[in-house]
Structures are given as C-alpha cells and as structure tokens.
Design a protein. Structure first.
Length: 99
C-alpha cells in the first residue's frame, strides 16, 4: 500500500511532526498528532487516511502532512485527500512539509 520509511527517515519525520505540533500548542491550538504523546487525528476521506497533525482553535483548523523524499510520490493520494477535505470545509487549511 504505502512505502515504508527507513529508521533514519522515520526519525526525521517524527521530529518534524513533533515540532509542528509543539508550535501550534504554543499558539493556543488544540493539537492532535500521529505520534506518541498526542491524541490521534480523526481519519479523513473514503480511505480513512490519518494526517500527521491536526491543529484547531475556534474558527480555524490546520491539517498537516509531513513526508520524506522517499515517501512524497508514493503518498500522493493521501495528500490529495487531505487537500480536498480542506477545500470543502470553511476555515480549514492544508499544509505539507518534506524532510
């Protein structure tokens, strides 16, 4: 289904996810993240894909997906699902990062 990351790339990925999550926490957002120590975001789309970070506060929502260079192309369908979901919802933004 999806390409697995090497241990090194998974570590870089998780470090970036944690950095994004903490940044939103400092700004007063309620944060869910697909890493240990955080509640997991709700699945999105028909295939129930889970974004790496979901940050919300009244009136705004940010959805983040973090990829490594090795997983960027193989995970394109996942990013497309998140973008579509964000476009359909008011005050929701989709963002992505490559590490």
């Amino acid at each position: 289904m999806s390409k697995k990351r090497s241990k090194t790339n998974q570590s870089k990925h998780d470090k970036k996810v944690r950095s994004i999550a903490k940044s939103y926490e400092r700004r007063g957002y309620k944060v869910k993240a697909d890493i240990s120590g955080y509640p997991k975001p709700e699945p999105i789309g028909k295939k129930k894909r889970v974004p790496d970070v979901e940050a919300t506060r009244p009136g705004t929502r940010h959805i983040w997906e973090v990829e490594t260079k090795a997983t960027y192309e193989p995970h394109k369908d996942q990013r497309v699902a998140f973008k579509k979901s964000a476009r359909k919802r008011r005050r929701t933004k989709y963002k992505e990062a490559i590490v």
